[in-house]
Design a protein around this ligand. Structure first.
Ligand SMILES: C[S@@+](CC[C@H](N)C(=O)[O-])C[C@H]1O[C@@H](n2cnc3c(N)ncnc32)[C@H](O)[C@@H]1O
Length: 194
């Protein structure tokens, strides 16, 4: 299925029309520490925004998007891959970052289990996501729009309860840095060590 997410120039054009999104990305990237893995980096719009002394690895299933990402950030370690099969050992990252990705990951529970595995015990998951609406009319609207929207975008599901999926995967969402605006969310989650 080829949609906007698989056509890098079109994806970047659509994002250029949403300058507010880059402010969300900037604020999320500023929280990254140590060894960083960005899942679903796409065309690499977040990559130049990380603070200086971090080592960044990033992956995305779309090779053409990664070519753009490489131009944006030649120093990042980029690879083709998916959140559901992370090619890294256990406990190998201090921060895992996801920006507008878990609406598109085909198996989000599996992707989050993989992130849980590769994060160090005190590591942090930094997420910027759009999620399902909170009210009944909004939920109905997003459920109705989902099939054509998924087709046009090339995989995005606007009606996922991503925060719930994150918590079910063994994370607890911190109240610090939690920002919510409409269906947009920006938050930090830690492994729930019980
Ligand atoms: C809306 S774009 C976001 C791109 C980038 N993170 C950004 O902020 O602009 C969604 C990205 O998720 C990627 N994606 C889709 N399925 C994925 C998966 N299973 N694992 C990792 N990334 C995936 C897509 O290729 C696409 O680049």
């Amino acid at each position: 299925m080829r949609g906007v997410e698989q056509i890098p120039w079109l994806y970047d054009l659509s994002m250029a029309l949403m300058p507010g999104m880059q402010r969300w990305r900037r604020s999320l990237a500023a929280l990254a520490r140590g060894r960083v893995l960005e899942v679903g980096c796409g065309t690499g719009r977040m990559l130049p925004l990380y603070p200086d002394p971090v080592a960044v690895f990033a992956l995305d299933p779309n090779r053409a998007a990664l070519d753009r990402a490489r131009r944006r950030s030649p120093e990042a370690g980029l690879m083709v891959g998916s959140a559901e099969h992370l090619p890294f050992p256990n406990a190998s990252f201090d921060s895992v970052v996801s920006g507008l990705v878990f609406c598109s990951v085909p198996d989000p529970a599996r992707g989050l289990a993989e992130i849980h595995r590769v994060l160090k015990p005190d590591g942090r998951l930094l997420m910027l996501e759009h999620v399902h609406a909170r009210n009944r009319v909004g939920r109905w609207l997003l459920d109705t729009l989902q099939p054509p929207w998924t087709l046009i975008t090339g995989g995005c599901h606007p009606n996922r309860d991503t925060e719930k999926i994150v918590e079910n995967a063994g994370f607890c969402i911190e109240r610090d840095h939690y920002r919510s605006q409409g269906v947009m969310r920006h938050f930090v989650a830690r492994k729930d060590l019980g």
